[in-house]
Write a protein that binds this ligand. Structure first.
Ligand code: SF4
Length: 493
């Protein structure tokens, strides 16, 4: 093992490693990669972490993990990671094995080839000053080149996760821990939210553009950090503010300090968080997502009204927008599509035939609602187009006479390099086909996308106002950082 960094042996010994395919392999949807949660100076921090991670489960179902530090017991480290949902990985016995008043936790998605425990987070390392745990959400665009450089200098990586580069950068530095972390963060290009914990400190950092959401709350005498405000609500913490782009927050026995590793530039929060990823009860940069999605539906109605009998939304993420579309047009909103919430993971191989069955297992059209009706179907995005085709066909098979598809985002044409698992550009239907060709491909009577301007107005403005700045690169190809189109674009986490 390297002199600088040595991964600790894993405590995980369970046998419930789920080999099944993930939630959205049948649904051709974009996948959020990870969620992070941290708490400082909270008694029984692991129990709080359990509830916090549970609230973030939609951000990652592949693996779950927590690391605690007991500051009253010399800063001892305890950790546990496993494959599966938070409720599958943790039980009371395992939480009892995680004593401490500080915690960082993680839920993760992964692409199929990376589905292994070694990449589950938090990643745990031992280095010359003690123990180090890292949990992140996002992607480091230049991680491959940093990794290559470090390997040439003798570092030995223990995982395939790019997150490990920050641990090596910190461990190789001769500076004190905080200065080393600042230097390391400065070297990273991409979209990331980091929680880094040692025996004595907790560091919280957001990338220079705030691409991935990260919020701070207060609970009693302690602090809570999470990818989304819904986790603060679940824990009973009071929202304080969003962690700022380029900000580094340091918590230790001296209290909390606010520093920066990058100067404040343009904020570029991921637009897809507003459209699809984050929970509707969460707020990002002060904007409630249910309300923003309703406004997207209203804008869409103003831009592309169609005479119809019912409006329905593809559950769950498009229901808010469907309500907005219905309110704006006066066409009644109905539950024309129902999601079966109890399917969980699908342990079948996704052959074409089984994919079709899988869609029906997860989503049903309500015949009594749509039969003989002209239906407006609201969805948040179209990736490859295969899911849209299946859902349109579900509605037609249930008797819909017309299906008009309305999408609450501009056409998704470019891959993401900041932690969202997107297919290659050539697989993105909007980059390959005209709107009319997409309509034909998904068997719809009509299709329209929300305009770029309409989307920005619906969210609340992006006109240079720092707090509302968004990355919209998957729609307009304007990436807020340099990207290497030939590099890995899936997540680091
Ligand atoms: S490219 Fe798209 S998915 Fe990626 S961060 Fe930007 S808006 Fe989000």
């Amino acid at each position: 093992m390297s002199d600088e960094v040595m991964q600790l042996s894993q405590l995980w010994t369970g046998s419930h490693y789920n080999e099944g395919i993930g939630r959205d392999d049948i649904f051709d949807k974009l996948r959020e990669e990870c969620g992070v949660f941290g708490a400082f100076n909270i008694p029984d921090a692991s129990s709080l972490g359990y509830y916090g991670l549970h609230a973030l489960q939609h951000r990652g179902e592949e693996s779950s993990g927590m690391c605690t530090v007991d500051s009253r017991n010399g800063g001892s480290f305890n950790y546990y990671r496993g494959m599966g949902l938070v409720k599958e990985v943790f039980n009371q016995e395992r939480l009892d094995g995680l004593p401490g008043d500080r915690v960082i936790g993680h839920v993760r998605y992964s692409t199929a080839g990376e589905s292994k425990l070694g990449n589950a987070q938090p990643l745990i390392f031992k280095y010359r000053d003690g123990d180090l745990a890292v949990a992140t959400n996002g992607n480091i665009v230049n991680a491959p080149s940093i990794r290559e450089e470090l390997e040439q200098q003798g570092s030995i990586f223990q995982t395939t996760s790019d997150t490990e580069v920050i641990a090596h950068l910190i461990a190789r530095s001769s500076k004190d821990f905080v200065s080393a972390a600042k230097d390391a963060l400065q070297r990273l290009i991409g979209g990331f939210a980091f929680l880094i914990m040692t025996n004595g400190k907790l560091l919280v950092a957001s990338d220079a553009h705030g691409l991935r959401p990260l919020v701070m709350g207060k609970l009693g005498e302690g602090y809570v950090f999470a990818s989304e405000t819904c986790a603060l609500e679940t824990c009973g913490a009071v929202y304080e503010r969003d962690v700022q782009p380029g900000e580094l927050i340091i918590l230790d026995s001296d209290g909390i300090r606010f520093d920066r590793f990058e100067k404040l530039e343009r904020r570029a929060t991921c637009a897809m968080e507003y459209i699809y990823f984050a929970r509707p009860d969460s707020d990002i940069n002060g904007i409630n997502l249910h309300s923003a999605r309703k406004r997207m539906g209203q804008k869409l109605a103003l831009e592309s009204f169609v005479d119809a009998d019912v409006v329905t939304g593809v559950p769950d993420s498009s229901i808010s927008a469907a309500i907005g579309y219905a309110e704006q047009t006066g066409i009644p909103y109905e539950l024309g599509l129902i999601k079966n919430k109890y399917t969980g993971r699908t342990f079948i191989q996704p052959s074409q035939e089984l994919r079709e069955k899988g869609v029906k297992m997860k989503l049903s059209a309500v015949r009594k609602v749509v039969e003989g009706k002209r239906v407006v179907m609201i969805d948040d995005s179209i990736v490859r187009g295969t899911t849209s085709l299946r859902i349109v066909n579900l509605l037609r098979e249930a008797g819909a006479t017309e299906v008009h598809v309305r999408i609450t985002s501009p056409p998704f044409m470019n891959p993401c390099y900041y932690g969202i698992d997107t297919p290659d550009r050539k697989e993105l239907i909007a980059s390959q086909k005209t709107v009319e060709e997409i309509r034909q491909a998904i068997n719809a009577d009509s299709i329209t996308f929300l305009s770029h301007e309409g989307f920005i107005e619906a969210v609340g403005g992006n006109d240079g106002e720092f707090n509302r700045g968004m990355c919209m690169a998957c729609f307009d190809n304007d990436y807020p950082t340099p990207v290497d189109p030939t590099s890995e674009k899936s997540c680091s986490c």
